[in-house]
Design a protein around this ligand. Structure first.
Ligand code: ATP
Ligand code: MG
Length: 203
């Protein structure tokens, strides 16, 4: 039976930017994925999260950014869940929801080099394929070392998606807004308008 291939893009999306969208689109084309599900993370009550925009704003911006692509869908499962959300729980939930589906978790290299800090890394990698794109903030050497380590310790591999570096981050976009710099073309127009309308990231 032909399996359905579903990509998963997890992120804070604070805000969602063209780096995320290009990554998802390229992963879809390269691996022949049928759909990509964008899952904004919840906002656990950690001090570290004090500066993160409300879940509703991040969710709405993700919807706006993906509205014109019928293969991009957005899920509120993580923002609806109370407290800390773990990728492993989300994957298990999705496996239950979608029959006959193979999952591909799409990441940037900075997420992969942290993967051993995630909950149940081994189980997670056995349930789901992982795809990563290089990011300027992570050296190729560090990424390759991590992938070798994963292969050695867990017997599974991470596929590197061949796309150009897109040296854009949400952190950088938030800083630009604070400094009064333009973010035109860094994010979708609708997302930029949403940020302006809701006065996000100005202080
Ligand atoms: P922040 O600066 O707030 O951490 P971010 O730009 O890293 O934001 P996230 O929401 O943290 O965005 O990222 C979600 C996922 O998308 C992560 O796996 C991250 O590595 C990946 N990602 C984000 N931006 C890029 C980019 N420019 N190129 C490749 N991957 C990216
Ligand atoms: Mg990040």
């Amino acid at each position: 039976m032909i399996k359905y291939k579903m990509g998963i893009m997890g992120g804070t999306f604070d805000p969602i930017h063209i780096g995320h969208l290009i990554l998802a689109e390229e992963a879809k084309n390269h691996f022949g994925l049928d759909k990509i599900i964008f899952i904004p993370t919840g906002k656990p009550p950690h001090k570290h999260w004090d500066n993160v925009a409300d879940s509703v704003h991040r969710y709405e911006m993700t919807l706006i950014a993906t509205i014109d692509n019928p293969d991009f869908i957005v899920s509120s499962i993580e923002i609806d869940r109370e407290g800390t959300t773990y990728t492993i729980d989300t994957i298990k939930y999705l496996i239950n929801q979608y029959n006959n589906t193979e999952f591909y978790f799409i990441t940037g290299a900075d997420s992969i080099v942290e993967i051993f800090k995630w909950k149940d890394t081994e189980k997670l990698l056995s349930l789901c394929n992982f795809i990563t794109a290089k990011r300027a903030i992570v050296s190729d050497n560090k990424l390759e070392k991590t992938i070798l380590d994963i292969e050695k310790r867990l017997g599974t591999t991470i596929d590197i998606l061949p796309i150009p570096y897109i040296d854009i981050s949400s952190t950088n976009i938030r800083q630009r807004i604070k400094r009064g710099k333009s973010i035109k073309y860094y994010v979708q127009d609708g997302v930029r308008e949403y940020i302006l309308k809701n006065k996000l990231y100005i202080d």
